[in-house]
Design a protein around this ligand. Sequence first.
Ligand SMILES: Nc1nc2c(ncn2[C@@H]2O[C@H](COP(=O)(O)OP(=O)(O)O)[C@@H](O)[C@H]2O)c(=O)[nH]1
Ligand SMILES: [Mg+2]
Length: 400
Amino acid sequence: MDASDNASRNEPMQMDSGAQAKDKEKEELTETMNKLHIEGSSSGIQTPNFRRKPVIIIVVGMAGSGKTTLLHRLVCHTHLSNIRGYVLNLDPAVMTLPYAANIDIRDTVKYKEVMKQFNLGPNGGILTSLNLFATKFDEVISVIERRADQLDYVIVDTPGQIEIFTWSASGAIITEAFASTFPTVVTYVVDTPRSENPTTFMSNMLYACSILYKTRLPLILAFNKVDVAQHQFALEWMEDFEAFQAAASSDHSYTSTLTQSLSLVLDEFYNNLKSVGVSAVNGAGIEAFFKAVEASAEEYMETYKADLDKRHGEKQRLEEERRRENMDKLRRDMEKSGGENVVLSTGLKDKETSKSKSMIDEEDEEEDEEMDDDDDLGIYSEEEDAIDEDEDEEVDRFHF
Ligand SMILES: Nc1nc2c(ncn2[C@@H]2O[C@H](COP(=O)(O)OP(=O)(O)O)[C@@H](O)[C@H]2O)c(=O)[nH]1
Ligand SMILES: [Mg+2]
């Protein structure tokens, strides 16, 4: 407590005037109410710090469909076309990456260590590593936010086994964190040569459909490996379900009948997505892919963002209502008590008195808190400082 505090405390006593003391108290009261007002509004749900750039491209797909190779191709394309890209690897189990990731989950979580420590198999290890990483994902978002002005795209590679990302809580957390801060699109990579069989094609499409409805984000189908097999058959099947049924009817098994029926159901799904044929190996179709990303980002702003804003608006309205009710209650108390007990009832005055009494205790507590913070997987924040110092650093590392 400083000298001015002491002075203001002693003043009413020295003046020995009841009226002046009351004035002083009223002033304090107004100040307290103002403080409450500020606290009330800042503790509420704030409009998210949404930016129109960069566009986030989350790349998902079955193991071996070519996600990592496609990412490499996209990175090469960004370098050649002066597009400013940023790359994130979320696959903790990948041995070597063909591209230089700006943020790599492997620098934060050692997947083999996680397997040992938690006594898990490979899939459990990957899933737990992703969960651990997701707990610190707000740090990743703020790193990207700080660079937002210098970036056009953030490309995200996901674990080989698709369900680890698409059906896990951490995958949902990561996707939501991106989608509430930047325009976000999902790219579903299809192994084209392996989808020439109608039944395999259908299971692939059903999976893509489930991702669309789960993430509620614009979806791009990237038919990869067109250097081996062209994707025209897929486009034809998606546009004309009779053509697909004709292909599926050559097989008379139970799955074939089911597949034919499902093709009718998926008609609406096909209308809601964009598809491009690409080759991660020779670079065919990459320009068309980026065009599809741009169109999807527009779509995001028109539909998904509007929906998100609506939900945030509703939350904010409820919060504002709650704050107004509290203020009214406080005002009523003040009128009732003539301003005498109100400060006590807010708890702030209590806090202040106890603060001066237990100053030494609190100092000790503060020290403890600081130590707790250090324990809290603090290497992250150290790294953040390092990033602050060197914004141009190519590879950002986070550690648990
Ligand atoms: N021919 C051909 N092979 C590809 C293409 N993209 C990926 N591959 C191969 O597919 C395999 C799996 O690729 P990878 O990127 O590791 O798949 P991921 O598990 O989805 O990340 C590798 O052997 C790649 O060389 C492509 O466009 N054409
Ligand atoms: Mg991969």
